[in-house]
Design a binder for this molecule. Structure first.
Ligand SMILES: *Cc1c(COP(=O)(O)O)cnc(C)c1O
Length: 497
């Protein structure tokens, strides 16, 4: 297995290089040139392993130049019981109607990003060692709220690395913002950006695109890399929980080996659901792959029509990690739908850059219809109603991102009558969005963020995750806010310290 660029299928590099570089110099994203196939027995066996062991086995099939013992060491650190609140790491909770919730929020920062970002620093630092250049790795990351803290948690005080996070000044929940601005770590920097997530993300992409800046840093033996889901080192770890979830359903007797399970994923940058699609292409029996969007429903429209149109109003919603109009991992899907045609993918991405739009009419759209992708979106009122009804009827409390997916999945079932068992991915702890969740299940909340955490705990009977409790009274270390056009000079200033 080697790695191609989505804009040049002739590129052929090792996984470690792809992870080290993050983005290909031609602007494309790296992707494995072929996907492994998992035999049914292999998948079933994941049900009898601990999460770390299963994850190492899965991830090892999506990278070519890391040894099994290396990956098993990384995974046992990344997914150790001491860092996660649930011994199962990625447990399932079964609800009515054949729906199981795959809870991915029991990690150190209470969002699913921990699955990839507990693992990525080790993959990356090992890649730097393999490359042997002795460079310092500077990670730049744009965040819509959850990636930032998860990346900081993964990279803080990692020798040879430094991490800088950009978040939209008013685009995250209060708790998310505090998680970042109170971070420790001598190698950490956090900036607010005057703009939305797309502004922050395109600012980071511009910095990566500047060969002059890369040369300047190169002279000081610094290499820029990315912790965003454009990095293959983010995607590979995310494939693992689709396999373990399937194996758990088999083990619980809810499906028989070989039965298809449906999957519904609350989506923003399209990384999480793409990992599910890749698992499906590797032989995991996945039926429908339902992409759930919030009011920023560009992905649902695209999957329905084949036209991707980012020229639309941007809405700040209560599921901010999905407030994204330019969804970076769609590029990997385009590459696959085009039969790995780098020129075709490049031309579609150029259309997007020039006009904010592209259209895959023709064979790519026909191919899309055969993938199993389905999609829907959920507005703000429906999201609140879903949190409330699921809490009242099934005693299950969801965060707004999860609620979007739950609503979309229930609607999918109503529309299609599809009765296959399903997993709905739960991507964040309800405590991270306590204010929205409280207003969904009862009278509008009052008081500060910490009063809300306590209120939510007493109303739900769930404990406040210790990582969030610890924010109370923590010192806000990072207060600087920059304009999108000043992001590069902010990075230069930080690296010059
Ligand atoms: C990042 C995030 C998402 C969206 O995941 P993508 O991989 O960007 O599609 C959904 N929910 C939460 C809570 C997130 O943090």
């Amino acid at each position: 297995m080697k790695f191609q660029s989505t804009r040049d299928s002739g590129v052929s590099i090792d996984a470690s290089q792809a992870i080290l570089q993050g983005l290909s110099p031609d602007g494309g994203l790296y992707i494995a040139d072929s996907f492994p196939t998992f035999a049914p027995d292999e998948i079933k066996a994941f049900g009898d392993m601990g999460y770390a062991q299963a994850a190492a086995a899965v991830i090892g099939r999506y990278v070519n130049d890391y040894s099994a013992s290396e990956l098993s060491g990384f995974a046992s650190k990344a997914y150790s019981a001491s860092r996660w609140l649930s011994a199962g790491i990625a447990p399932l909770t079964h609800l009515d109607g054949g729906i199981s919730v795959l809870e991915l929020f029991h990690g150190p920062t209470c969002a699913f990003k921990d699955f990839a970002l507990q693992m990525l620093p080790m993959l990356l630092m090992s890649a730097a060692k393999k490359a042997g250049a002795g460079e310092k790795i500077a990670i730049l990351t744009a965040t819509s709220g959850d990636t930032g803290k998860a990346a900081i948690e993964g990279f803080a005080d990692v020798g040879g690395a430094a991490i800088c996070v950009f978040y939209p000044e008013h685009g995250t929940s209060d708790i998310q913002k505090l998680q970042m601005t109170t971070s420790g770590g001598g190698n950490v920097m956090v900036y607010g950006v005057r703009g939305n997530f797309d502004d922050a993300q395109s600012g980071v992409k511009r910095i990566f695109g500047s060969s002059e800046f890369a040369r300047e840093l190169g002279c000081r033996n610094i290499r820029l890399s990315s912790a965003n889901s454009i990095n293959w080192g983010r995607l590979a770890p995310q494939t693992a929980y689709y396999f373990t979830a399937y194996a758990s359903l088999v083990k619980a007797g809810r499906i028989k080996p070989g039965d298809e399970m449906n999957v519904c994923v609350p989506s923003g940058n399209f990384g999480d659901i793409l990992a599910g699609y890749i698992a499906k292409l590797s032989g995991l029996p996945v039926g429908a792959l339902v992409c759930a969007a919030n009011k920023n429903n560009v992905l649902a429209d695209f999957l329905g029509t084949g036209v991707y149109d980012s020229k639309r109003p941007f809405h700040a919603t209560m599921s901010p990690s999905m407030d994204i109009l330019v969804s970076s991992n769609v590029e990997r899907l385009l590459f696959l739908l085009s039969g790995r045609d780098g020129a075709r993918t490049r031309s579609l991405m150029e259309d997007l850059a020039l006009s904010g739009k592209f259209d895959i009419a023709g064979s790519m759209h026909e191919n899309l219809k055969k993938t199993g992708f389905d999609a829907g979106y959920c507005g703000e009122d429906d999201c609140l109603a879903e949190i409330k009804s699921t809490f009242e009827n099934e005693k299950y409390l969801m965060d707004p991102h999860t609620a979007v997916a739950m609503r979309v999945y229930r609607e999918y079932v109503r529309r299609t009558g599809d009765s296959r068992k399903a997993i709905v991915l739960s991507t964040a702890s309800p405590f991270k969005f306590a204010s929205s969740v409280l207003s969904a299940i009862g009278p509008a909340p009052s008081g500060d963020g910490f009063a809300m955490l306590k209120e939510l705990s007493s109303r739900s009977g769930l404990a406040v995750p210790p990582g969030l409790k610890a924010l109370e009274g923590a010192d806000e270390r990072f207060k600087e806010v920059v304009d999108p056009r000043d992001m590069q000079s902010a990075v230069a200033r930080w690296l010059a310290r």
